[in-house]
Write a protein that binds this ligand. Structure first.
Ligand code: NCD
Length: 330
């Protein structure tokens, strides 16, 4: 989402290409949106615009917070959801659905899809059709690829608590291999100067994952570990990830019990963390697996704050995309 003139400048497909400055400026805009929500000031950035939610995978937080964000900017919201068990084909059906909704008059497509790269394919297809003012595409989670607005709301929540991101020591623990949340967070956190340690059993740590931290945008370090107990005492915050059962298939990996014993955020394990170490989780939470219910409900937990911050962060993203689109000359 760099310049307004670039063909895909009005889309948010991932954080991989974004610089720390671009991310921080979005977080500043989200802070302004949050103040407006708190004071009840109405915003009209998306008045007369239609935001189409295209959800081909289940969602609770993401879909509802995009809808709330769009409405808070005075947009019309249209929802299209396809159940996880539906036989909806990947890619093509999304393109067909979107082409029809674009014909009816959509300004923004918010897309969640089980196929990595689906939002990008949609953006390319819309761009190829040409013409001014094609709808913007915002990625709401694609396969194991990226979930940029989740990472932005995580960054927003961390910055709100610590007053900065630069120099923070952050951990992400769980099924790193299949986690779009982990990938987007690695890009965002390191671009903003935080140091990240990924923690997972060997079978859930993708080979070569260190390369994600070696991009021109990365300012923080990226490390990997297989031992949460070694890493935890130096972390300012730890993010637990859900075990992505739907993406694991027949792959080998620990049972839920074995995972919880080594990597679960139990009260006992958290007693060995820094006293101010905060806990994040993108949801949905499996209590007793990734973290104990008592940890999820403890003062360390930012989980409900993350969900609440999803609304102003998505307002900032939608407003930025539509502004970039409307400023585009071609
Ligand atoms: C995440 C997702 O769908 O990627 N959830 C979310 O958007 N809040 C994480 C998950 O499903 O585990």
């Amino acid at each position: 989402m760099s310049g307004g003139e670039s063909p895909r400048g009005a889309d948010l497909l991932g954080l991989a290409e974004m610089t720390g400055e671009e991310i921080l400026s979005l977080l500043d805009s989200a802070a302004e949106m949050k103040r407006a929500l708190a004071s009840g000031t109405s915003r009209a950035e998306l008045a007369k615009k239609t935001v189409c939610l295209l959800f081909f995978e289940p969602s609770t937080r993401t879909m509802h917070s995009f809808a709330a964000a769009a409405r808070a900017l005075s947009a019309q919201v249209v929802s299209f959801t396809a159940g996880a068990a539906s036989s909806t084909a990947k890619g093509e059906t999304l393109l067909d659905t979107a082409a029809n909704l674009a014909a009816i008059g959509a300004d923004v497509f918010v897309v969640r899809h089980r196929s990595s790269g689906a939002p990008e394919r949609l953006a390319r297809a819309l761009a190829a059709r040409g013409g001014p003012g094609r709808p913007c595409v915002v990625n709401a989670g694609d396969g194991s690829h990226e979930h940029p607005t989740q990472a932005l709301l995580d960054l927003f929540t961390l910055r709100e608590r610590f007053g900065r991101l630069e120099g923070l020591e952050l951990g992400i623990v769980g099924d790193i291999r299949h986690s779009r949340v982990a990938r987007s967070n690695v890009f965002g956190m390191t671009a903003c100067g935080a140091n990240v340690t990924l923690v997972a059993p060997p079978s859930w740590m993708p080979e070569g994952v260190e390369a994600l931290g070696r991009r021109p945008q990365s300012r923080g370090r990226l490390a990997i570990s297989h031992s949460l107990d070694e890493v935890l005492p130096r972390l300012d915050a730890i993010m637990a990830l859900r075990i992505q059962k739907e993406r694991l298939g027949a792959e080998p990996g620990p049972s839920a019990e074995a995972y919880a014993a080594e990597y679960g955020l139990t009260e006992e394990r958290m007693s060995r963390a820094k006293s101010g170490c905060l806990v994040l989780h993108p949801g949905p939470v499996n209590r007793g697996v990734e973290l104990a219910g008592s940890v999820a409900d403890s003062p360390r937990s930012l989980i409900l704050g993350q969900a609440a911050n999803g609304v102003p962060v998505r307002m900032a993203v939608l407003a930025r995309c539509v502004r970039a689109r409307d400023g585009r000359r071609t």
